[in-house]
Ligand binder design. Structure first.
Ligand SMILES: CC(C)(COP(=O)(O)OP(=O)(O)OC[C@H]1O[C@@H](n2cnc3c(N)ncnc32)[C@H](O)[C@@H]1OP(=O)(O)O)[C@@H](O)C(=O)NCCC(=O)NCCS
Length: 165
């Protein structure tokens, strides 16, 4: 598995992130939407990179004591190697360091890979939002951070420390 560094998202990362976004979603975010994440005070957004390139990104909005996951993707050539799990573990660890009680997200009902990843990382299904993505339903999921904070095995993950470089 490639070594990953996690860095705060910046303007210089937009071209690479946009190309992953366009390969990953039927309705990808635009350049303007990524630019907004950089300046939005409630947004926390991160990239994951190897020595050579950006391989994934994720982010959330901190709204009061909730984290709303806004995006998560791994470059198609790097999927199935455990990097999505590492990236999600990183962002969960970031959330646990703040005054946040739960993480909320929506995922397309047909997105089995993402649903399995979230379930395996302790998210529970809490509802369904019909036709949220045009013709497709959204599955609502959440993870209780208070419970997670008491699980020392997961919080001790050394892969989840923010790189200083
Ligand atoms: C969802 C996504 C981020 C997973 O990233 P990844 O690096 O491939 O995932 P990992 O290799 O870390 O796998 C973690 C777990 O996810 C699940 N998973 C990953 N790929 C899967 C697949 N093709 N089919 C079923 N489950 C899958 C499995 O539970 C896996 O755990 P396991 O290997 O122990 O079985 C990636 O597929 C992606 O970028 N998809 C497109 C964008 C997207 O859908 N984002 C989510 C929006 S809500």
């Amino acid at each position: 598995m490639p070594e990953l560094k996690f860095l705060p998202f910046g303007k210089e990362h937009i071209p690479e992130v946009l190309s992953i976004e366009n390969l990953s979603f039927p309705e990808p975010w635009s350049r303007e939407m990524f630019e907004r994440e950089i300046s939005l005070p409630i947004s926390r957004f991160f990239i994951a990179k190897t020595d050579y390139r950006i391989v994934g990104y994720t982010g959330y909005w901190k709204i009061l004591n909730e984290a709303h996951l806004t995006n998560l993707a791994i470059h198609p050539e790097y999927r199935g190697m455990g990097l999505g799990r590492k990236l999600l573990a990183y962002v969960i660890n970031n959330v646990t360091q703040q005054d946040i009680e739960k993480i909320l997200l929506e995922v397309r009902e047909s997105n089995e890979a993402a649903k399995r990843l979230y379930i395996s990382m302790g998210f529970n299904v809490t509802g369904l939002r019909p036709k949220y993505y045009g013709t497709e339903n959204a599955v609502l999921m959440e993870k209780n951070i208070k419970d997670f904070k008491s699980n020392s095995k997961q919080t001790a993950n050394p892969d989840c420390q923010l790189s200083k470089t």
